[in-house]
Design a protein around this ligand. Sequence first.
Ligand SMILES: [Zn+2]
Length: 673
Amino acid sequence: MSKIAIALSLTVCALSAQTNASRVSGPPRFDLTAIDKSVDPCVDFYRYACGSWIKSNPIPPDQAMWGRFNELADRNRDILHEILEQSAKGGAGRDTTTQKIGDYYAACMDEKAIDAKALAPLEPELARIRNLNDKAQLAGEIAHLHSAGVWALFTFSSGQDFKDSNAVIAQFDQGGLGLPDRDYYLKDDPKSVELRQKYVAHVARMMELAGEKPDRAKAGADTVMKFETALAKGSLDLVSRRDPEKVYHKMGKPELAALSRAFRWNEYFAATRAPSFDAINVSYPEFVKTMDSAVEGTSLADWKTYLTWQLLHGSALMLPTPFVQENFDFFGKTLNGTETMRPRWKRCVDYTDGDLGEALGKKYVEKTFGAEGKTRTLKMVDALEKALGEDIDKLDWMTPATKQQAMVKLKAITNKIGYPDRWRDYSSLAIKPDDALGNSLRANEFEFHRQLNKIGQPVDRLEWSMTPPTVNAYYDPQMNNINFPAGILQPPFFYNNVDDAVNFGGIGMVIGHELTHGFDDQGSQFDAHGNLKNWWTPKDSEEFHQREACIADEYGGFSVAPGVFVNGKLTLGENTADNGGARVALMALLNTIGSSTSKIDGYTPEQRFFLSFGQIWCENARPEALRNLVLTDPHTPPEFRVKGVVENMPEFQKAFSCKPGQPMAPVHACHVW
Ligand SMILES: [Zn+2]
């Protein structure tokens, strides 16, 4: 979607999401045993903070990477698992929330029933595509697929107007690819070429599983590759998509129609049952022209092949075992290096969270999150906001005029902690105990209409875009708010009973990170009201961009494999947020504890702060997953999230007595916020 979501850490994709139950025991303590004292912290602080953890926590075979986020997600998932097993027992007297989550989970877990039905539940959808007899019917069918969560050709939803954050308008975005990003279709290094060959083989096998003869499946896969490559060529790259001005083209329906005469827009919009609207943001008009050629120049037979593939791909997770296995073999194993599939219950817990997140989340919160957690978090948010205010005030590169605007924006940031004040109403969504695929398709339909029905309505400022058990947090530039799900307000981010230094290095840094997103390469372009509007003097803007360029260069020098570098521009916003977040979290800590230097476990408060910060990022990752990550994820791999920050902090160098010129104390440091 063109909505800019700025999260602390992305799960790479649903297929490589995270867990290993065998590791679950109580919440880990602030972890002195993670440290590797044989390493000099001034030479490699990441190895110093995490070295022993890294050695004693190999990646489980069913994971692409394994870190502290995963440990916590595992503990949360165990709680969800218990809730769902209980809810699935059925019987009279279940409330409707329990019925929905219990039946969804039970249907998902019933692999035998799913396998026994084979492709029968998908057959009506396959038949619709088979029975198309004219390209004039394409728009209606694509609308139908979109409502089922199958994003063929493009995506359509709603979102706040970038330049009028009180208005919700229609949103059109590029899409229609099976691989994670357009670059996978366009790069011609040997790895990319090999990956494409394997993708084509995967598409062919999925078609064979759906009953196609091998030679026709092979030809069909080539058709899909050709079609998706054309869409990829017409798509905007990820770095450009970070610039809000480049993805904002508000227009009326006639202007959209002029970009593609071949696509029957009126039929499409009518079939989506979207409320009537005048304004639509077309993220990248060039893509619509590409789409036009695709509609014009592709035969009906080839369209059927492409749509069938997209349908199989989009529903694979709820299909019989051979489809699930084939889907994992490509997206889990080939793309991310994961060796084995996760146990079914973990996947079904995640799918329930994905489709009924605020029903399951309500039960999770009742079990886990008390008023105390909210109060303590709010106190830390206050401390962090105050510290960021002081930081802005002290900046030597910004003039008073811009500082004043920055303070207006900072003061306007609102926060949401734990869970929604008003829970989503799923009463119109039918969930059956024996219809896994149907439940998933209906949940997608529910979500599709929920999004479209916002068009023309007042903005819902109570809404969350993450579910309560999620181990993550986000800043929303159009809402100008920061959001912390209950799932992350736990160890190793937040402890009820450790010294402040550890909590400020953990959740304090997370809060600082989200606040700083309001002032990164994207956030800085939105004002206090969430509108895309310049509030900078030209001189200050230039100074800002110079300092951002320093961060982009620094991170662009980090290498994850020979010849494979972090993309400094793609990760610029996250790295800015990490650097600003750590700096203001440390300021907030020092404001809180005063000049206390008393040691605990042999470490000063500052040292414990940096160790806590470093240790939330302890992780092992497979080379395939890292390669995938640097291509698609705006977050830098964990090792460099830690090094990249401490290298820029004189406070770190002082805390560990590093000498200028040592690897963690380079002569040229970057400083934005
Ligand atoms: Zn972030």
